[in-house]
Design a binder for this molecule. Structure first.
Ligand code: NAD
Ligand code: GLY
Length: 355
């Protein structure tokens, strides 16, 4: 079978392979890039129950040595405690610098495994096998890895590109609808920031169509992300565009203590809020916020959040896009066109709060 392949050329070069029925062929792809026969598979309990055996069987049948570490699913596991347990597990299994980690799961597994790969023994290779829509369209590509600490999400991390990304769209068949909805928040974001054709496609489809067109959507999103990451791997300029809606989204997530709202829904609300303000202040074309809202509603992302923008404004100052005296916000002038606007912190607060 012919799979879609996208090459990324950053501090590490790698391919993203997209298609169905890929997990059973894990060993063929993994062995073509790995320098080792020894792999540590890191996954969560839910993903393990669906796909752990398939991936491990493919690797064992090809003569690889494998060990597997399984942690409880959920964002709460993306923490230093799980990370320490992963390090101990790697030591107990004599994983060396030339061996390779495999992240099998959603963004939580990908982020923490990537961070373990960036830091254990000062760095070893890792491979991403994303199993959620969000991880397939976004988090498995580009090399941002992190854990959460009590003071905030993703505050400890590293840039570490994977050696390969294997996107098996069949895994979406077991993914609960709430996580498909969540991933769609990021998909709509890609249309808004960089691709009118993607956005227009989304305007003609609904949630029920997504599994059917997943390959094409994933290909479009990761192609956009690849271009952005190749232009600005270390997040100094262009890459900030990927955070459209995220400054307010992070404040919304914080307001709900990271438990009352999922990331994709918070991003949807954040994109709508910033576009509403940008339109009123003449940065975005007239009607853009209504168009965005209508598109989000097709994917059950018609989120109304409790906090108002002025209530969220101060928490926005913790954003990673803040430098000492100023902050960059991402604005879409029209569908498919985005830019960052850097402003002093006081102006930013006025931008958010003054009618
Ligand atoms: P997740 O990894 O928690 O997965 C969501 C849930 O789906 C989990 O309960 C998981 O066990 C389950 N699951 C995963 N695959 C499944 C499948 N195929 N079938 C059934 N159940 C399945 O969450 P997520 O939404 O994938 O990722 C969110 C994380 O990604 C956050 O921590 C966020 O910070 C991070 N993120 C990182 C980046 C990046 O660039 N590194 C970008 C966006 C988001
Ligand atoms: N998800 C944002 C980034 O990778 O930069």
């Amino acid at each position: 079978m012919e799979y879609k392949r996208i090459s990324v050329s950053a501090s590490g070069s790698y391919e993203i392979v997209i298609g169905n029925d890929l997990l059973g062929k894990t060993a063929d792809y993994v062995k073509s890039v790995a320098k080792t026969q020894t792999f540590a598979v890191i996954t969560d309990d839910t993903v393990d129950s669906f796909y752990g055996e398939k991936v491990c069987q493919s690797l064992s049948a090809a003569g690889c040595n494998i060990c597997k570490y399984v942690f409880p699913h959920g964002e709460e596991s993306k923490c230093s405690d799980t990370l320490m347990k992963i390090y101990s597990f790697l030591c107990q299994n004599h994983i060396s610098r030339t061996d390779c980690l495999i992240a099998l799961g959603g963004g939580v597994v990908g982020d923490i495994t990537g961070y373990a790969a960036a830091t254990f023994l000062r760095g070893l290779d890792f491979i991403q096998i994303p199993t959620t829509l969000l991880a397939q369209v976004d988090s498995s590509v580009g090399g941002k890895t992190a854990i959460d600490i009590p003071e905030g999400k993703n505050l400890v991390g590293a840039f570490k590109q994977p050696r390969l990304v294997l996107c098996d769209t069949d895994t979406l068949n077991t993914l609960p609808e709430e996580f498909i909805i969540d991933g769609m928040g990021e998909v709509v974001k890609y249309g808004m920031i960089k691709s009118a054709p993607l956005f227009e496609l989304l305007e003609t489809r609904t949630l029920g169509d997504i599994k059917e067109i997943a390959e094409s959507i994933i290909e479009q999103c990761v192609s956009i992300k690849r271009d952005v990451v190749e232009a600005d791997e270390f997040d100094k300029g262009e890459r900030m565009l990927l955070n459209f809606g995220h400054t307010l989204a992070h404040s919304i997530e914080q307001y709900y203590n990271y438990t009352g709202i999922t990331h994709g829904k918070a991003v949807a609300a954040g994109m709508r809020m910033i576009t509403d303000i940008a339109e009123k202040k003449g940065y975005s074309e007239s009607g853009l916020c209504d168009r965005l809202t209508a598109c989000l509603e097709r994917y059950k992302l018609n989120v109304r959040v409790e906090p108002t923008v002025p209530q969220l404004a101060n928490a926005c100052l913790n954003d990673k896009k803040r430098t000492s005296g100023s902050i960059s916000i991402v604005i879409c002038s029209e569908v498919g066109k985005s830019r960052t606007v850097k402003m002093p912190v006081d102006d930013f607060l006025k931008f958010l709060t003054e009618e």
